[in-house]
Design a binder for this molecule. Structure first.
Ligand code: FEO
Length: 408
């Protein structure tokens, strides 16, 4: 059940976490059976409170309840909008109705985008420059422009006295962690795959901006002790783990773990699946991580996970049935997303395809993956069902490719 929870992060900072179990497809696209949280924050000062971000619109009334469980709503003097996407700003309309004079702060981009999303002009919105200070009573915050994480409006806020960096989408993740903070290694271990999937789905297209943003934080001397994102875990004990993970994913690399092969395939009548299973059987003999995703008449895998595991894989074996002179449409869609979001990350592929009357899936895959800068190590296509000899030969060849990659 969707519910909210409050956590006192420090003497002056509260986390207001909405645990959303209702949303099944994030952005209407990405399956998230694990749910998601929206994290807003209240910073208490000697002259009132500063609210940082918010939740989705459908949770507006409980957002007010959550705030009033901590302070009188009228104590909010400023609202910082770090990112205008409606999962963080949907609750603004109700707040603006109740708090006529509250000051809104964000980037210039955020002002125009927010006016569009809220359907009203915002005379109390003050665009902030990069590095500008936000002062209320005895609290001073620094507003840092970090564009394209993952929209042009995105920014972070640094509370230097408490060394807290509020980051909105950046350093966030899917799921409803059982802890508010990175309280143990097992909490972190459970959470990181969900953060990786979130990165792959939402942030990966802007990977170069992640690297730039982290460089910027270092160059301007942001010495964070706590990373407080807009989704998922708040990092109090090991904030470097999420920052280093994001940097690894931005390069299309694993943060940790064994050599990883991801197998993705579609199979209409088992002719691709038979070849794939022969390859998988051979790969299972190795000390590697093997992830298998399928689109068959029995199973359709979760595409959020497919993208997440593909992002930090060492090799992707991609099997596709031919369909109406081109690609199986489910693989077509996945390949479109991989090529768009991981462009330039030079992921390595082996292509397997089966055809009835003309071999076109292999050509289409080769064209599209090559255009996106991916590396194709092998391309195997065959008519109909693969023979035992072909399966043995291809499995052996792919096994050798994996051994060579592991040695490299
Ligand atoms: Fe969590 Fe880009 O919104």
């Amino acid at each position: 059940m969707t519910t909210y929870r409050i956590y006192k992060l420090t003497d002056r900072v509260y986390l207001l976490r909405l645990d959303d179990t209702d949303t099944r497809f994030f952005e209407g696209i990405w399956p998230i059976p694990e749910g998601i949280t929206y994290n807003a924050y209240i910073v208490m000062t000697s002259e009132g409170a500063i609210l940082i971000d918010g939740w989705k619109r459908e949770f507006s009334s409980i957002f007010i309840d959550a705030i009033e469980s901590i302070i009188d709503l009228r104590d909010i003097k400023k609202i910082i909008v770090q990112h205008t996407e409606p999962d963080h700003t949907g609750t603004l309309n109700i707040l603006l109705r109740l708090l006529e004079n509250v000051e809104l702060l964000g980037t210039q981009f955020a002002k125009s985008m927010l006016e569009g999303f809220l359907g009203r002009s915002l005379p109390n919105f003050r665009p902030l420059k990069d590095g500008e200070k936000i002062v209320l009573g005895d609290v001073e915050l620094t507003f840092i422009h970090t564009p394209w994480l993952h929209w042009p409006d995105t920014a972070m806020t640094y509370y230097a006295d408490e060394k807290i960096l509020f980051t909105c989408d950046a350093f966030g993740g899917y799921s409803i962690p059982r802890s508010f903070i990175d309280s143990s290694d097992s909490v972190i271990e459970e959470y990181l795959p969900h953060a990786r999937d979130y990165f792959a789905n939402i942030v990966a297209k802007y990977s170069q901006h992640v690297i730039k943003a982290v460089d910027k934080l270092v160059s301007i001397g942001i010495n964070y002790r706590i990373i407080a994102p807009g989704h998922g875990l708040v990092w109090v004990n090991k904030p470097d783990i999420i920052v280093r993970s994001y940097l690894a994913w931005a390069r299309g690399e694993r943060f940790s773990g064994k050599f990883k092969v991801v197998v993705i395939y579609s199979s209409m009548y088992g002719n691709v699946e038979e070849m794939i299973m022969s390859i998988v059987k051979k790969l299972e003999e190795k000390d590697i991580e093997l992830k298998i995703y399928k689109f068959t008449d029995k199973v359709h895998s979760n595409k959020s996970d497919v993208l997440g595991d593909s992002l930090d894989s060492d090799l992707i074996v991609l099997g596709a049935s031919t369909y109406e002179g081109s690609l199986n449409p489910l693989i077509d869609n996945l390949v479109s997303m991989i090529c768009s979001k991981f462009k330039g990350l030079r992921k390595r592929f082996i292509i397997i395809s089966s055809y009835g009357w003309a071999s076109s899936a292999d050509k289409e895959l080769t064209r599209r993956l090559s255009e996106a800068g991916m590396e194709i190590l092998k391309n195997v296509t065959y008519r109909g069902r693969p023979s035992r000899d072909l399966m043995d030969k291809i499995s052996e060849e792919i096994s050798k490719i994996v051994d060579e990659l592991r040695r490299a």
